[in-house]
Design a protein around this ligand. Structure first.
Ligand SMILES: Cc1ncc(CO)c(N)n1
Ligand SMILES: Cc1ncsc1CCO
Length: 224
């Protein structure tokens, strides 16, 4: 079993709660209230700013030049590609990039990003990559599942652009590379003595991802 498969197996309860959260199914069939999606997307913009910081920390924590290049590519994928989706979708609601940047940060966004940054500051590059894994690899898995649903790309589904972005080849390739790189780091640095620590980091980051969906999902329930 690969390192990532072991992490997922150990965190299977948290992984399911995250990857099969009702919010994701609401994206797949278009039934998610718009207020929930909007709250999610604004907070996700703030999330990505902090995640870019975490990738910058990964540059600093890189033992080798190859690790540094991988982290720099992740940083660029966030700043130069992924955030454009948020800017484009939020523009349809009349929100500018500076409106987004000034949005009040939600506790769940802060909890998750502070946790990842702290895991990276305390730990080595592998610990940081394990904390980042639920995000990048998880979204690739979620979007692939959603894209296989019949309503996912229906013209009537307002969320088809979001699904297509994360299920699309460029994002899937970024996620596949992140996974391969983490496996390589695990071969080098994941001793049996460290396994429990790494599993705990993965579980906590996965739990905080589910909390992020839950935060936005609650917004949708409140107005529905
Ligand atoms: C909360 C969250 N997790 C993962 C991703 C994937 O990039 C994202 N954009 N936002
Ligand atoms: C594009 C992207 N989104 C979240 S993390 C990341 C870079 C993964 O290497």
């Amino acid at each position: 079993m690969s390192f990532f498969e072991r992490l997922k197996t150990e965190a299977s309860v948290e992984w399911r709660a995250y990857t099969e959260h009702p919010f994701t199914n609401g994206l797949a069939d278009g039934s998610l209230p718009e207020a929930a999606f909007r709250h999610y997307l604004v907070q996700d913009y703030l999330f990505l700013i902090e995640f870019a910081r975490a990738y910058a920390l990964a540059v600093y924590k890189s033992p080798r030049l190859a690790d540094m290049r991988e982290a720099a590519a992740g940083l660029s994928a966030i700043l130069d590609v992924e955030m454009n989706l948020h800017v484009k979708l939020c523009a349809e609601w009349g929100l500018s990039p500076s409106d987004l940047e000034q949005a009040p940060p939600a506790a769940e966004m802060l909890a998750y990003t502070r946790y990842v940054l702290d895991a990276g500051m305390r730990g080595d590059l592998l610990a940081l990559k394990v904390a980042l894994a639920p995000c990048v690899i998880g979204y690739a898995e979620i979007a692939t599942r959603l894209a296989s649903r019949p309503a996912a790309d229906a013209a009537s589904n307002a969320y088809r652009v979001w699904i297509a972005e994360y299920a699309g080849v460029p994002y899937q390739e970024v996620a596949a590379k992140a996974r391969t790189h983490m496996e390589h780091l695990a071969d080098l640095y994941a001793t049996p003595a460290r396994e429990a620590e790494l599993i705990a980091i993965f579980k906590e980051a996965t739990r905080l991802e589910a909390d992020f969906w839950e935060m936005a999902w609650r917004t949708g329930q409140a107005v529905a």
